[in-house]
Design a protein around this ligand. Structure first.
Ligand SMILES: NC(=O)c1ccc[n+]([C@@H]2O[C@H](COP(=O)([O-])OP(=O)(O)OC[C@H]3O[C@@H](n4cnc5c(N)ncnc54)[C@H](OP(=O)(O)O)[C@@H]3O)[C@@H](O)[C@H]2O)c1
Length: 243
């Protein structure tokens, strides 16, 4: 039996890709899952399929992020939160990257995580576990991905700062750093006749991750019995970071 049985965990950004796989894995372990997404129909369908609590949320709306975390805590309870929302809209040299794209990427990938984390602590009444979804670009350079790389590196800094600030509150904070994963985010790249195979050649295991392989690491970090694990970065990247 999983220690997550009956534990309330909210997954922010969970109607597709890695977030959905996390929600599925947590439901499989018996957690009381809450999930968010931007599309009401998708939120309804996925929460119904998983027997989960659901809320419509765009993380660029800071007040709404805090409100949804508070509502989940009131209606279901609160033990864990996974911040998975992330976008990568621009693949361009830094000098061509517009500030409006920079602002948007930072808002979704980094500021939303900080706002959700603060609301998480505010509504927590016992020990808790917070997992942020970063990237291998949390600790490596990403060419033509300046905003995404800055935001994901920021998440790694945020993870360590929060782990230190909140250790005395019984809150563990960890970062999962996926490598290339088969989701909508990588669809274009995987289909590209030159870049797709070149990319696979750079992954020691020779393939992309499946979302559920990332989800299992997230669940491990949430498990209450892993009580001594905090302030860390856990790569699920097929060996990329070993290079
Ligand atoms: N795929 C990879 O290779 C890879 C590698 C490293 C890290 N990651 C990270 O893993 C996480 C999940 O990515 P994925 O591959 O599963 O991508 P995805 O399929 O494109 O999913 C992106 C997720 O972010 C949410 N999101 C985007 N903008 C949002 C907004 N304004 N408000 C609320 N939610 C928003 C989406 O919610 P909606 O469904 O509501 O749009 C969705 O749940 C991201 O943080 C990404 O950076 C992915």
């Amino acid at each position: 039996m999983s220690g997550l049985e009956g534990q309330p965990v909210l997954v922010v950004g969970a109607t597709r890709g890695i977030g959905r796989a996390v929600a599925e894995e947590l439901a499989r372990r018996g957690a009381r899952v809450g999930l968010t997404g931007r599309d009401p129909e998708r939120v309804r369908a996925v929460s119904e399929a998983l027997g989960a609590w659901g809320a419509v949320l765009d993380v660029r709306d800071r007040a709404a992020v805090a409100e949804v975390v508070g509502r989940f805590a009131r209606e279901v309870g609160l033990y864990g939160l996974v911040y998975n929302a992330g976008i990568s809209p621009a693949f361009t040299r830094a000098e061509n990257l517009g500030l409006e794209v920079w602002d948007e990427v930072l808002a979704v990938n980094l500021t939303g995580a900080f706002v959700a984390a603060k609301a998480f602590l505010q509504h927590l009444s016992g020990p808790g576990s917070l997992v942020l979804v970063g990237s291998v670009l949390s600790f490596r350079g990403g060419a033509r991905l300046a905003a995404y790389t800055a935001a994901k590196a920021g998440l790694w800094g945020l993870t360590r700062a929060l782990a230190l600030d909140w250790a005395d509150r019984g809150v563990r904070v960890n970062l999962v750093a996926p490598g290339w994963t088969e989701t909508e985010m990588t669809e274009g790249l995987r289909a590209h006749p030159r870049l797709g195979p070149a990319l696979l050649g750079e992954i020691p295991l020779g393939r992309m991750a499946q979302p559920k392989e990332v989800a299992r690491m997230v669940a491990f970090l949430l498990e209450p019995e892993n009580a001594y694990v905090t302030g860390g970065l856990y790569a699920v990247d097929g060996g990329v970071s070993a290079r």
